[in-house]
Write a protein that binds this ligand. Structure first.
Ligand code: FES
Length: 184
């Protein structure tokens, strides 16, 4: 280990204006950092450019794949699930049902003048469950006072900006089936 005095002397030898001096002896930093510059792994500009281009390409590919999956799932038929008997709901009555699986729900309404309609009961604002208000024939979200038209699922008031997804129905031999969720 060299003394502090010796280290100071070695540094001063390289200052401008000083006299030429013999090759620098093995100094302390060389022992602590024994790498030769020419053998170091340098990240070149070409490597950096390649990395950026490869990253951009991967992001574009992922975005395209997600868009494709989204487009396919929007238009593809979903599970067919029996959700009620034809005469189960009185006029202006309603019920919730699991659709398209046990982790999501729809709401079925026997709407006066229109008959059976169904929507996803997941509010398009922040996903609270909506309920039907028979007196006003609107769907109400209690979280932030969102309101939807029960005849169309369109937004009437509150923070939601998108209508409720429609669940298409079919009747087969006295049973009502949910057959498809239509995102809008
Ligand atoms: S979650 Fe429905 S209005 Fe906010």
């Amino acid at each position: 280990m060299e003394s502090a005095t010796h280290r100071f002397r070695v540094r001063r030898q390289g200052q401008p204006g000083s006299a030429p001096h013999p090759p620098e002896p093995a100094v302390e930093w060389r022992q602590e950092f024994p790498y030769v510059w020419s053998e170091d792994e340098v990240v070149t500009r070409r490597d950096t450019l390649f990395f950026l281009l490869a990253g951009s390409g991967a992001l574009c590919l992922a975005t395209g794949t997600l868009a494709l999956v989204g487009a396919v799932s929007e238009g593809s038929p979903a599970k067919v699930v029996p959700i009620a008997r034809v005469d189960e709901l009185v006029e202006n009555g309603w019920k919730v049902f699991a659709y398209p699986d046990e982790y999501a729900q729809g709401i079925l309404i026997n709407l006066p003048g229109k008959g059976l309609v169904a929507y996803s009961d997941v509010c398009t604002h922040l996903s609270c469950a909506v309920t039907y208000q028979p007196e006003s024939r609107r769907l109400y979200c209690p979280c932030h006072e969102g309101l939807f038209d029960a005849a169309t699922g369109d937004v009437l008031a509150g923070p939601p900006t998108r209508p409720l997804p429609i669940i298409e129905l079919e009747e087969r031999q006295g049973t009502i089936y949910a057959v498809r969720m239509v995102l809008r």
